[in-house]
Design a protein around this ligand. Structure first.
Ligand SMILES: Cc1cc2nc3c(=O)[nH]c(=O)nc-3n(C[C@H](O)[C@H](O)[C@H](O)COP(=O)(O)OP(=O)(O)OC[C@H]3O[C@@H](n4cnc5c(N)ncnc54)[C@H](O)[C@@H]3O)c2cc1C
Length: 320
């Protein structure tokens, strides 16, 4: 079989959670394959990430170039095109960066592209069987992909359990690229967002409200439940768009990534943009639609009206 590569996202010398999730995804394509981690960047941070990855990946390909100090998909695409051969398969995280990199890489390598993969069913000959979500999480689709000319696969963060075995004892090989690494886009500066009123990423329990909360005044019902549980209120994007809660409380791909012990999804449908911001934890979903996609990922699902369920639960906790 062709070579399997995983692109490692990292920041400040620390690999992203997706780094080891891609290793699990690769094993679903070929359990016996030696997967190569590609790590691009510059300087000491890059070295740190390469060493970290060598504990889990048998081979780590390091590309150290100042032009790649900031993850500019346009530049990284040019570098990867030099490395990837005809039938190689490249796994990328389906995050903002992966969505920027994947489609162009697929065109340049003349290989098929599949985005937002939530599961890999296996390979039959040269046919890879995948499951994707479409229409903002409304439907799951079974997709087949002919991998005889390779493939670029964007795997949704959080769907594969990270392979933390750390038994690879892998080697780091440095390679350089001869391509012109100039780009139309330029890195200017990193703007760190202002600290919001609460840090939802630090809370063990989140009561997260979605459009099902129906009215700004009802946020108070969620806040009362959160207070009773010692939790913090977070939300989906429409709640921020309606200006009912601060942007700092938004969970999702364009909001915060959270890792609570318990995540209570109240009136949230379960779009991939929302779920992309939840990394682990026990999920309890309450939704009045029994077919809401969130029930497919929740550990416990309750079909109920949140405007009745939340006050009742608050009262019961108060009675304890
Ligand atoms: C580029 C981009 C980035 C995005 N980033 C994010 C992001 O970071 N975070 C995010 O959340 N979204 C994000 N979105 C939006 C995302 O696609 C969804 O539109 C959004 O997550 C839906 O939010 P929701 O689940 O609250 O609302 P809906 O999808 O409208 O779902 C509301 C749910 O509430 C249920 N409901 C209604 N009333 C009740 C009730 N009384 N009791 C119980 N259940 C009830 C309904 O059955 C439904 O399932 C992004 C979209 C784009 C295009």
């Amino acid at each position: 079989m062709a070579k399997l590569y995983a692109y490692i996202s990292h920041k400040n010398g620390v690999a992203d959670d997706t780094a080891l999730e891609l290793l699990t995804a690769a094993a679903k394509i070929d359990a016996g394959a030696s997967v190569t981690a590609i790590v691009t960047g510059s300087g000491a941070d890059l070295d740190k990430v390469c060493q970290e990855m060598a504990a889990s990946y048998k081979e780590v390909l390091k590309i150290d170039n100042e032009a790649m100090a900031y993850p500019n998909a346009e530049i990284i695409r040019k570098a990867l095109v030099e490395i990837i051969k005809d039938d190689d398969i490249v796994l990328l995280p389906h995050d903002t960066f992966g969505m920027d990199l994947g489609p162009g890489l697929s065109i340049k390598t003349d290989s098929p592209f599949a985005a937002d993969i939530v599961d890999i069913e296996g390979v039959d000959g040269s046919t890879l069987k995948l499951i994707r979500q479409e229409f903002a999480g409304q439907v799951y689709t079974h997709v087949t992909c002919d991998i005889s000319s390779g493939a670029i696969l964007n795997i949704r963060p959080g769907v594969c359990k990270a392979d933390e075995s750390k038994a690879a004892g892998g080697s780091v090989t440095e390679t350089s690229v001869s391509a012109d690494l100039s780009a139309g886009r330029r890195y200017l500066e990193t703007v760190i967002p202002e600290a919001g009123d609460v840090d939802i990423t630090k809370s063990d329990v989140l009561v997260s409200v979605g459009r099902g909360i129906e009215d700004e005044e009802n946020i108070e019902i969620a806040q009362e439940l959160a207070d009773a549980m010692g939790a913090v209120v977070s939300c989906s994007r429409p709640i921020v768009d309606a200006k009912w809660l601060e942007q700092s409380r938004q969970v999702g791909t364009s909001g915060k990534t959270v890792k609570p012990k318990v995540y209570m999804a109240m009136g949230i449908s379960g779009s991939f943009q929302h779920l992309g911001g939840i990394k682990g934890g026990f999920m309890i979903a309450v939704n009045k639609n029994p077919k809401a996609p969130i029930f497919q990922v929740a550990n416990v699902g309750v079909v109920a009206d949140i405007l009745e369920f939340m006050p009742e639960l608050t009262e019961k906790i108060g009675d304890l």
